[in-house]
Design a protein around this ligand. Structure first.
Ligand code: ZN
Length: 330
């Protein structure tokens, strides 16, 4: 450890000598835990990763936290060998290493009460420690469930209300005024336009690997969901139906973001393992009935986007309910 720290000092000193100060603009940034969007100076933008909360600490993917602190692309450098990131701002340089609680500055190391993490090959930094070092205030906005990063002289940035991930289950129904986004045809079914490309990629990859899958359901309207529920209840009784079919207004199929994909046991295993890299999660996993409210459904997949799906897989979180509660502070 001592040698690593010495090496980091050397890197920092070299940077100070060699790199001209990267001029920085003061930024006002809003990060929304659990989601893959952030707002930089009033403009909401997509990230290719998520902001998350763990043990009451907010973690932000390094690139976006750097931007928030006025560090430009040229001021971010990553050393693969030591898994260390160096951030060069206008007047400050600091280095952080994955798994180390040392925040290394020109004045010496500062001990943090948290460590940077690498998830899916990407570095996440503790927002507060880093931003404060660059002179920024970090504040939790309770009503907006958001993290504000700003310079005290500029005042607080505004939180734009954003629906990050639509949670639909037995407890939480769709809002009365819920509007399905644009739908597109996929085979003989309809899905949200958001799914078209990732679903096609999933199908193509499955085919390339000799996995046979068939879609058996996708978008269902409120009326169709009601008809399905009533028919099921007539045939199998209400208690069986409640464990397996969503009541109208509480079904993910109404969002256009869920698909049922049938296949062999091997196909189901393949889907469960591989669907996150296309942005899908197995929505009703085995053994989680007490959380999801539904029996295991190896065929039902919900689109949440690649950043969230891969994050959940890497962290071993198998339900959306747990993800939102543990990592999104909801
Ligand atoms: Zn389904």
């Amino acid at each position: 450890m001592k040698r690593t720290i010495t090496a980091l000092f050397a890197i920092i000193m070299l940077l100070c000598m060699a790199v001209n100060a990267v001029s920085a603009a003061a930024n006002q940034t809003v990060f929304l835990p659990g989601g893959d969007v952030y707002t930089l100076n009033g403009r909401q933008q997509k990230m290719d990763a998520v902001t998350f909360i763990e043990n009451s600490r907010v973690f932000v993917p390094v690139r976006y936290l750097a931007y928030a602190c006025g560090v430009r692309d040229g001021g971010i450098s990553w050393d693969d060998f030591s898994r260390t990131v160096t951030l060069q701002g206008e007047n400050q340089v600091l280095a952080l290493q994955a798994g180390s609680n040392q925040l290394v500055t020109v004045d010496g190391p500062v001990e943090m009460d948290v460590v940077p993490q690498v998830i899916s090959g990407r570095m996440y930094l503790p927002a507060r420690w880093v931003a404060q070092y660059f002179g920024y205030t970090v504040e939790w906005d309770e009503p907006g469930n958001a993290v504000l990063v700003y310079l005290p002289v500029d005042g607080k940035p505004q939180v734009i209300p954003t629906q990050l991930i639509l949670l639909v289950n037995k407890v939480q129904g769709l809002p009365e005024d819920f509007q399905t986004g644009p739908l597109v045809n996929f085979g003989t079914y309809q899905v949200s336009a958001l799914l078209q490309q990732p679903l096609q990629q999933l199908y193509d990859t499955a085919a390339q690997q000799g996995i046979q899958i068939t879609m058996t359901s996708a978008y269902r309207s409120y009326t169709e969901q009601k008809a399905l529920f009533d028919e099921h209840a007539r045939l199998y009784g209400l208690s069986v139906t409640e464990a397996t079919v969503a009541p109208p207004g509480h079904g993910e199929h109404q969002t256009g973001l869920a698909v049922d994909i049938a296949g062999s046991d091997a196909a189901y295993r393949w889907l469960e393992t591989n669907c996150p890299r296309f942005g899908f999660i197995l929505r009703y996993p085995r053994g989680k009935e007490y959380i999801t409210g539904y029996a295991y459904e190896p065929w039902h997949f919900r689109y949440v986007g690649v950043p969230v799906a891969t994050f959940m897989q890497e962290k071993g979180i198998s339900t959306l309910e747990e993800y939102l509660r543990i990592y999104a502070g909801q």
